[in-house]
Design a protein around this ligand. Sequence first.
Ligand code: ADP
Ligand code: MG
Length: 272
Amino acid sequence: MIDHDHLLQMLTRLKLTAIRDQVDSLLDEAARRELNLREALVFLCEAEVARKDQRRIQMGTSIAKFPFVRTLEGFDFEAQPSLDPKQIRELATCRWIANGDTALLLGPPGVGKTHLAVALGREAIRCGYSTHFTTVAALMTSLSKAHLEGRLDERLTHFAKPKLLIIDEIGYLPFEPNAAHLFFQLVSRRYERGSLLLTSNRAVGEWGNVFGDAVVATAILDRLLHHSHVITIRGDSFRLREKRRSGLMQTAALASENQQPNNDRGVNSSCR
Ligand code: ADP
Ligand code: MG
């Protein structure tokens, strides 16, 4: 006679919580499918691995501090013809993170840079890489404060830790004096250790102005561009375009009741 409680205790001790919580239904299912012992063991392990993966992704996502939830599946590639979906799909494999490369997403406001940065961050977590998201403004405030308080080294170590650091919105605000040096120290600290994903509304040629120091900007770019994937997005703001389109559709609907439905908003699900 098998002691059910004893089984549950062992599963708890081995931290096989998915198997423990569903042991009856899993065993019933294994019996129903007439699995042999080896197949049943695989079936049970799969349930446990799936639960552990799900937990890991949840935990990694909450640590990453993304500003919003966005996915590659939710990105409309047809609305953004300047972007090569193949290039994004390649980044979604996370090979670039394994290599410690840099990715730059460049383009005007509203074209989906932050959306893609978050979506690629999610893929990084799925691939098992620790990920942290920050705006450059928050990053620089944190580094400057630490510098003033004599804790810069500790702070640089903190931002050097995640395997992928996403720094959003470079170029919207000019750097404070001395901030370029702090940024340079961060880039040097991470260089060839972890990946950076940067977004900017400015072409890299303009980064001398953004950083307020052409010499430091060159040194930063030298490291960033060494092993890099640069993606330049062109076109109108997605948000403004959506607004304009709905405005147009209303006018057109008033003009003609037999108007063809506007069908080019379909979400491209083949992006991965
Ligand atoms: P950026 O960071 O380039 O200024 P965002 O990524 O914040 O732009 O995009 C603005 C909004 O429009 C976000 O809510 C984003 O999800 C959405 N968006 C932008 N481009 C697309 C797209 N091609 N498909 C779906 N949503 C998009
Ligand atoms: Mg943005």
